[in-house]
Design a protein around this ligand. Structure first.
Ligand SMILES: Nc1ncnc2c1ncn2[C@@H]1O[C@H](COP(=O)(O)OP(=O)(O)OP(=O)(O)O)[C@@H](O)[C@H]1O
Length: 376
């Protein structure tokens, strides 16, 4: 097996006083009742691989109640590499280290990527735009160090602009903040637009394999300056919506000017990637309004399969798959589509309350770890 997680240790992380798993490879099934700490374990492994959490928690929430700090460690090994990755969490601060040397989070990019699939993802199609943007950025930050840096810088600048808008700062000052904000906004837009277009191609073929090929699906990145589409939640697929750098810059700057008065009245920034949309369409109609439960599940599964494909192509390594209790949410044919992905050679961690969702052969080849719940 290539680079994979060999060992994980958590100390005062979420519900765990201490937690250890050793000699890991292939598939590990974590089985336990509700509240046993299954999602916490998946989240810990995501923090050590993707350097982020699908739950988007505050750092303080990761620390075991009543404690001052959490520590997470993993050993990643292959025939040629042996790396120790650690994360120390204190309220408001997360510090990563590789082989004992402190590292900025962007320096861990791509070492051992992961793709997480949790029941929360099933709301990706019908849920909020902020959840869709966060899911997209989690992928982007693993693929590119620059995506992470630009996203962080952009968020800081928007926060600054929002503070000025709340304080009713003069228009001239806001214009100068827009001048600082525009290049970062533009770059983040371009990263996300390219990522969605790559995901969309892969999703279409994955969806065809899952759902049988009768429907045409599309994922579209809709920038905030496309006000009509954003306002109407793009009921119908906006065809040919793709911007090169120049036209995106012109549209962004025009929208910043056009909506300056509105931003001052609403006292918050309304133009830029923090207000962009990701929309999914089935046969040209917006899936958030028209997709059935089954179509939503197929779309989300197709998104996850697309994520795995992009990571493999761009980073040249299969991502670790972190599957949190999704088997119970999928019917037999979608479960089979997921298992086909699992059998491709990735290391897999999968949680469940009930091992009967797994075929005997798959379970026989996996390591099964029982989580008991309660205090550890
Ligand atoms: N910071 C924390 N300190 C202590 N306990 C916490 C912390 N954060 C979450 N918990 C607790 O961890 C417990 C286990 O949560 P987790 O989401 O991992 O359960 P689970 O095994 O996935 O359960 P389910 O099958 O119901 O989804 C919960 O009871 C939760 O209250």
């Amino acid at each position: 097996m290539g680079l994979h997680i060999d060992t994980v240790r958590f100390e005062d992380f979420r519900s765990y006083a201490s937690f250890e798993l050793d000699n890991l490879a292939g598939t590990t099934v974590l089985v336990g009742p509700n509240a046993a700490g299954k999602t916490n374990a998946i989240e810990g492994m995501q923090l050590l691989t993707a350097c982020g959490s699908f739950r988007n928690p505050r750092s303080a929430d990761l620390i075991r109640w009543g404690k001052q700090r959490a520590r997470l460690r993993a050993r990643f090994v292959s025939d040629t590499r042996d790396l120790s990755i650690s994360l120390e969490v204190r309220p408001g601060v997360r510090s990563y280290a590789v082989n004992g040397k402190k590292k900025a989070v962007q320096d861990l990019q791509g070492i051992l990527p992961s793709v997480t699939f949790s029941p929360d993802d099933l709301f990706l199609v019908k849920g909020t735009q902020s959840a869709r943007r966060a899911a997209l950025d989690l992928v982007g930050c693993q693929l590119s160090r620059n995506h992470r840096v630009i996203k962080r810088d952009y968020e800081k600048l928007v926060k600054h602009k929002n503070a000025l808008l709340r304080d009713e700062a003069p228009a001239l000052l806001l214009e100068s903040v827009n001048d600082m904000l525009a290049p970062t906004a533009l770059q983040l837009f371009l990263y996300r637009q390219a990522l969605v277009s790559n995901l969309a191609k892969r999703m279409a073929s994955a969806y065809e394999a899952i759902a049988g090929g009768a429907e045409h699906i599309e994922a579209v990145y809709v920038p905030s300056w496309e006000e009509e589409h954003v306002k109407q939640a793009s009921r119908v697929q906006p065809l040919g919506l793709h911007y090169d750098r120049e036209s995106a810059e012109v549209s962004l700057r025009r929208a910043m000017q056009r909506r300056g008065t509105e931003e001052r009245a609403r006292r918050r920034s309304v133009v830029g990637p923090h207000a962009d949309h990701v929309e999914f369409f089935i046969d040209g109609r917006n899936a958030s309004m028209f997709a059935s439960q089954g179509q939503q599940r197929s779309l989300v599964l197709a998104w996850k399969i697309a994520e795995v494909g992009i990571v493999e192509e761009m980073l040249g390594v299969p991502p670790v798959l972190l599957l949190d209790d999704v088997m119970s949410e999928l019917d037999a044919s979608r479960r089979a589509a997921l298992m086909a992905l699992v059998s491709k050679g990735s290391q897999v961690f999968v949680t469940t309350t009930d091992t009967s969702f797994f075929e005997e052969a798959a379970l026989g080849a996996a390591s099964v770890v029982e989580l008991k719940g309660g205090l550890r």
